[in-house]
Write a protein that binds this ligand. Structure first.
Ligand code: G4P
Length: 298
């Protein structure tokens, strides 16, 4: 589904070490919990909608009706987000763009779930179950914004530990409105860590801790990814001539950025470590602009 731009000169991908330790445990917990809910709300990072998904979610959630929340949409390219939303809909999964930090877009959450459960709700009502509580499981890989979503939707994020079957310490229910309950993801949902591009894209966004990666190489790779997609943003932010970008490797770009920013060490050597930290920080805080690294096709 994702188009990857061919780049003129690429340095090697930064490899990310993932530890799938909890996979089996999460699978087991999911199997138990999925029976307790009517639908699944999958949160993805709108900047990396492919890499921020779990590769086997459909299987794990046993085909339950699903909606997608494109979170962090405040930092993603609005045009690309629009395309992704159309793409999800075309595939039969209703989706909305949200910003769980400010709460923008979250008014659409309950209507979205009702939409995907429309037939079921009609069937319940026919059986006399009018106003039956709707239960939704919130799923997403670490750092995608699950806690922020729950906090915003239930104002304060206080767990509502009801005395009912299926409620354990690891499995918390939140009431977000009359007749509407959320279940936090049981376990840690993993991304598709065997794909190096996925690991790298998640590292760009900060979803993978910087302690486990070489940040200088990561910043070089990020620049190589940004140049073909958002050349203007790179030129404007780092005062580079458009003609300079052509055929440049990430390390050459990083040197130029460090130089332009006056990041020099003793002897006039460019401090590329500082330049790398600046590039990563400015991408992650959207000071480089609203950027989507993975495009929807079509
Ligand atoms: P998780 O439960 O899925 O692990 O994710 P969590 O909600 O903890 O969110 C991870 C980080 O992403 C947090 O930042 C959170 O504020 C930020 N975040 C979540 N949703 C959005 C969004 O829609 N837009 C933006 N811009 N950021 C979002 P943090 O740096 O870890 O904490 P803090 O800066 O909020 O203190």
């Amino acid at each position: 589904m994702m188009k990857r731009e061919q780049q003129p000169r690429e340095s090697e991908a930064v490899s990310i070490q993932w530890f799938p330790g909890h996979m089996t445990r999460t699978k087991r917990q999911m199997e138990k919990c999925i029976r307790l809910v009517d639908a699944v709300a999958e949160i993805v990072d709108a900047r990396v909608p492919v890499s921020s998904r779990n590769p086997v979610l459909h299987k794990l959630t046993q085909g339950k009706p699903r909606v997608i929340l494109m979170n962090k949409s405040d930092m993603a390219d609005p045009e690309e987000t629009k395309r992704w939303l159309q793409c999800y809909r075309a595939q039969g999964t209703p989706a909305i763009a949200v910003d769980c930090r400010s709460g923008r877009g979250l008014n659409g959450f309950i209507p979205l779930v009702r939409e995907v459960l429309r037939d079921r709700i009609a069937a319940w009502e026919q059986k006399g179950m009018v106003g039956r509580t709707i239960r939704v499981m919130v799923v997403g890989i670490p750092n995608v914004g699950k806690s922020s979503l729950i906090n915003k939707l239930c104002r304060g994020g206080k767990a509502d530990v009801a005395d009912r079957p299926g409620v354990t310490r690891e499995n918390r229910w939140f009431t977000i409105g009359k007749g509407f309950e959320l279940l936090d993801t049981p376990g840690v949902l993993w991304p598709k860590f065997e794909d190096p591009i996925v690991g790298e894209h998640l590292a760009f966004t900060g979803a993978v801790k910087d302690e486990v990666v070489d940040t200088e190489r990561l910043a070089c790779r990020l620049l190589e990814a940004l140049v073909p997609l958002y050349p203007q943003a790179v030129c404007e932010r780092y005062r580079l001539e458009p003609s300079f970008l052509a055929e440049k490797r990430g390390d050459e770009l990083l040197e130029a950025i460090g130089k332009n920013r006056g990041m020099l060490m003793a002897g006039g050597v460019i401090n590329t470590e500082r330049a790398a930290a600046a590039v990563l920080d400015e991408f992650r805080s959207a000071r480089l602009g609203r950027i989507t690294l993975e495009k929807a096709e079509g």
